[in-house]
Design a binder for this molecule. Structure first.
Ligand SMILES: [Zn+2]
Length: 200
């Protein structure tokens, strides 16, 4: 089965896996991006990833599907059930320090909510705003990056929030394990299949 699918083969463990064959999903493109709960081998919830990546992990034998979401993904002559929960087959030590700084993790931390106007949007409708603009010495860090809608981003421009008469919903902080547990629980509330792994 895995013979039809290949990872990008760049040797970076599972960090940059991708499907090299065209895929479509009966749940529409949305299904490929639907969130999948990732459990450690010990069943401890450790992460959330997109269905597409979860499927690669399962096909590579790194993880197994614990729960399915009812959709199929079709790749070449292969139909794969889209998982809702996967579990790593080998236990991984999860460092308790903060997670990697990435656009995805900033949006996850800010729950896809523009931190100025409070609107909840899809990831593609959000951008990252440097609270202190880069042109004024602002860094790309957890404490200086927030999810922001395009209209707010344009309005703010190269100004500090107070100069643009805008206010942050909350102070941006590093994303630690506590935050990610909290977010997994919030996301899990809408997904029955996640509940038994998250609320114990
Ligand atoms: Zn906004």
């Amino acid at each position: 089965m895995s013979g039809h699918l290949h990872s990008s083969g760049n040797g970076h463990a599972t960090a940059h896996l991708s499907l090299s064959v065209p895929v479509r999903s009966d749940g529409g493109n949305h299904s490929l991006h639907s969130p999948v709960l990732v459990l450690n081998a010990s069943y401890e919830p450790i992460n959330v990833c997109a269905a597409r990546r979860a499927i690669v992990l399962v096909l590579k034998g790194v993880a197994m599907t614990e729960e399915e979401n009812g959709h199929f993904l079709h790749a070449a002559r292969l139909a794969v059930r889209v998982p809702s929960v996967i579990r790593l087959l080998e236990y991984r030590r999860i460092p308790h320090q903060s997670r990697a700084l990435s656009r995805k993790n900033i949006l996850l931390r800010d729950r896809n909510t523009c931190q100025y106007c409070g609107e909840v949007l899809s990831s593609s409708e959000l951008t990252l705003d440097h609270v202190v603009p880069r042109s004024r010495g602002g860094t790309s860090s957890w404490e200086n990056l927030v999810a922001c809608c395009h209209p707010c981003n344009r309005q703010k421009g190269n100004q500090l929030p107070r100069e643009a008469d805008m206010k942050l919903l909350r102070e941006p902080r590093a994303f630690n394990l506590h935050t990610s547990r909290h977010i997994m629980r919030l996301m899990g509330r809408s997904d029955d299949k996640w509940r038994k792994y998250l609320f114990y």
